[in-house]
Design a protein around this ligand. Structure first.
Ligand code: BTN
Length: 260
């Protein structure tokens, strides 16, 4: 990856003033976390061309071959309670959606933090934080975006989920400039971080809810092997979902897998 091309084209106010690049790391989230414990400035971005142990959510791994995709972590020092950390996952999803909009690729957000193109996952977000009690020390937003990953590579290396994974090049039927995509994504992350700072959590949650598009729609969510169905009434500032069942009860969903 040509990191100088990214540096030269960034037009951000906070993100990427400090930009760290590696050819290969185990996990950008893991490395940035370690570096942040010793002290790094707000908005530091770490990018790696390849990850040998990319982390996904719920202990899963994130397939991270070199030369094709984007693996990026951002360090933030926001003034917010650890309970509100979901807002940073929303910021990442919104920035990804905007980046894809600019490429004329229509994407859908899947609560809480997957990004899909025609029901197939193209990006994932893993937000991690360090806190002491109720004080947030720092937060790390990790984003993996499949850019030029080929269908052959998906079939070979992600056989069991190959029908539910895609990349931008598969959808666009042409290769994309990874540096350009990175510049746009970091730019939108910067915009939303500034919006969060000036307008607060509500404005991010409202924009995310709008773009998600499921408010007042009927959905089903799988929670611990139980299916909960109902109308989505709200997403709160903690990122929780409120679904009204047909008896009028409001169910709060903290984590689950949306079926429809
Ligand atoms: C998911 O399971 O959907 C989240 C995947 C997050 C992957 C990204 S790639 C960059 C950053 N570093 C990691 O180890 N994971 C995140």
């Amino acid at each position: 990856m040509n990191i100088n091309k990214i540096k030269e084209n960034l037009r951000t106010k906070i993100l990427g003033m400090e930009l760290i690049y590696n050819e290969s790391v185990e996990s950008t989230n893991k490395l940035l976390f370690k570096l942040a414990e010793k002290g790094l400035e707000d908005g530091t971005v770490l990018i790696s061309d390849e990850q040998t142990g990319g982390k996904g959510r719920s202990g899963r791994s994130w397939y991270s071959p070199g030369g094709v995709n984007l693996y990026l972590s951002v360090l933030l020092h926001p003034e917010v309670s650890p309970q509100n950390s979901a807002v940073f996952t929303f910021i990442a999803s919104l920035a990804l959606v905007k980046t894809l909009d600019d490429l004329n690729i229509n994407s859908q957000i899947k609560w809480p933090n997957d990004l899909l193109i025609n029901t197939k996952k193209v990006a994932g977000v893993l937000t991690e934080m360090k806190n002491e009690g109720n004080n947030l020390n720092f937060i790390i937003i990790g984003i993996g975006l499949n850019i030029n990953l080929s269908i052959e590579s998906i079939r070979e290396n992600l056989a069991d989920i190959s029908n539910s994974v895609t990349s931008l090049s598969i959808e666009r039927k042409s290769f994309l400039d990874r540096e350009e995509v990175a510049v746009n994504l970091i730019g939108y992350l910067d915009d939303y971080y500034l919006q969060f700072k000036s307008e607060g959590i509500n404005s991010i949650v409202a924009e995310w809810s709008n773009r998600w598009g499921k408010l007042n729609e009927k959905i089903s969510v799988k929670v611990d092997n139980k299916i909960i169905s109902g109308i989505v009434r709200k997403v709160d500032n903690y990122g929780f979902l409120y679904i009204e069942d047909d008896k009028g009860n409001l169910e709060k969903i903290i984590a689950g897998d949306i079926q429809s």
